[in-house]
Design a protein around this ligand. Sequence first.
Ligand SMILES: Nc1ncnc2c1ncn2[C@@H]1O[C@H](COP(=O)(O)OP(=O)(O)OP(=O)(O)O)[C@@H](O)[C@H]1O
Ligand SMILES: [Mg+2]
Length: 306
Amino acid sequence: MTATRKKIVVVGSVTLDLVTRTPKIPAIGQTLIGSGFDTTPGGKGANQAVAAARLGYPVVMVGKVGTDAYGPALLENLRHAGVDTAAMEQAEGSSGLAPMFVAETGENSIVVVPGANGKVDRAIIDRHAALIRSAGMVLCQMEIPMDTLSYTLAVCAESGVPVMLDPAPAAALPDAAFRQSTWFTPNETETAFYVGNEATVEESAKRLHEKGLRGVVLKRGAEGAFVSVLGEKAAWVRSFKVQAVDTVAAGDCFNGAFAVALLEDKDPWAAARFANAAAAIAVTRRGAQASMPSRADVDAFLAQHT
Ligand SMILES: Nc1ncnc2c1ncn2[C@@H]1O[C@H](COP(=O)(O)OP(=O)(O)OP(=O)(O)O)[C@@H](O)[C@H]1O
Ligand SMILES: [Mg+2]
């Protein structure tokens, strides 16, 4: 099976969080002495790529880092996780960065600088069109320009490549995006953005199907996921009970693992169970990419939870 595995291609964002720890959020004009500083790799695209690669699946990332000092570090981080960076490019200027203050009180203030992620354009998709067209699945999120996302979806639709679109952060999508996405994986607030607040999961899935989506996965945190495939079945896949310490990137872990399991021929509900297991492990660990489990971790977890 290994020899015939079609790659996962992630078209998306690569970001570095620049976290300054401070006693309190400084007021305008104020200078404070900080208590520490960390850099943590993130970006929904990179997180999902790392999640799938950590599970031992071949993953190629298509995206951009800047010409700043952070660019090479972001690429090295991806490679270290096992992600193929041959289709990553450099854009003049800053990488995608998220400088933030995190206060001891838990308050934070964050500025997201799209930098190179904002320069992921149609031209990079064209340069890597052969790779994208040969993918087993393409994973997209919404941290690159909407025009590029639309273009990627069209290229995939034209060549019959399945796409998993994680609509995060939620934003208005062109009608075609719903028809061209094979899987749509909103969390609770994103679901509300697309279908309105009052809907039940059943009703939400139905409304999303009416927009042209065939596969809908409604991620619901500690409740698990509601998986609905048009014309087949709609059912809850409940999460695993764990002691959550940090849910950052749980959804990204879920998406990476769900893609891997689908490409390994699990049916969507079995794939969601595998993804729930991977994400359950991730929430018991701190960090975004640092919390992504290996295949052995997930296998051991599932063996303990049957
Ligand atoms: N407390 C928890 N216990 C067990 N599993 C959890 C918990 N929280 C999240 N998960 C798992 O993670 C998945 C995704 O969670 P969630 O719905 O919070 O996604 P999200 O909001 O997209 O996350 P992200 O912050 O990464 O974008 C869930 O479907 C579930 O499998
Ligand atoms: Mg999410």
